[in-house]
Design a protein around this ligand. Structure first.
Ligand SMILES: [Zn+2]
Length: 164
């Protein structure tokens, strides 16, 4: 049934695309521009769902997003295990997890799209993955609070210097 899959793909308005294959960057949903065959315009999962008329396809998209989040989470867990708390890459990995999880959480909670066809089992696994991703993200962002405080302190020092 490869032909069917390909034909279906051709009709898809949005697809999850990866711009980087390091494993620690989240992929993004992207839409086609005009009649282009390529998905070039980044959108969120919710925007991709809004563009998609078929409710059956929403479930597939949510499942795809969940799967990609699971892969990102596994890579982030490995990264966390082999880096120290001061690793400069940690905040960006943590933020990637937060943003990508947030898209999934937004879709699960969206009122305008009651994702009725979303099976309870899928909803549960999505929530579990989001929870696990938040835990790993917190590990990645543990130093971020200090950085934000430092940035705030620097800003107030600078404004003191700049203002007469
Ligand atoms: Zn990357």
């Amino acid at each position: 049934m490869t032909m069917t899959a390909v034909a279906g793909r051709d009709l898809d308005r949005c697809a999850l695309v990866a711009e980087c294959d390091c494993g620690l960057c989240a992929p993004t949903w992207a839409r086609r521009r005009g009649k282009s065959r390529r998905f070039t315009e980044p959108v969120t999962l919710m925007m991709a769902i809004e563009l998609e008329p078929s409710a059956a396809r929403w479930v597939v998209m949510v499942r795809e997003h969940r799967f990609a989040l699971g892969e990102l989470l596994a890579a982030a867990d490995e990264f966390l295990a082999v880096t120290t708390v001061d690793d400069p890459e940690r905040p960006s990995v943590g933020l990637a997890l937060v943003m990508f999880s947030g898209e999934l959480a937004a879709a699960l909670g969206a009122q305008e799209f009651v994702l009725e066809p979303l099976l309870d089992a899928l909803r549960l696994v999505c929530l579990e993955t989001v929870a696990a991703a938040m835990s790993t993200a917190a590990g990645c962002l543990v130093k971020m609070g200090e950085m934000v405080e430092l940035a705030g302190a620097m800003a107030s020092v600078l404004s003191g210097v700049l203002e007469p």
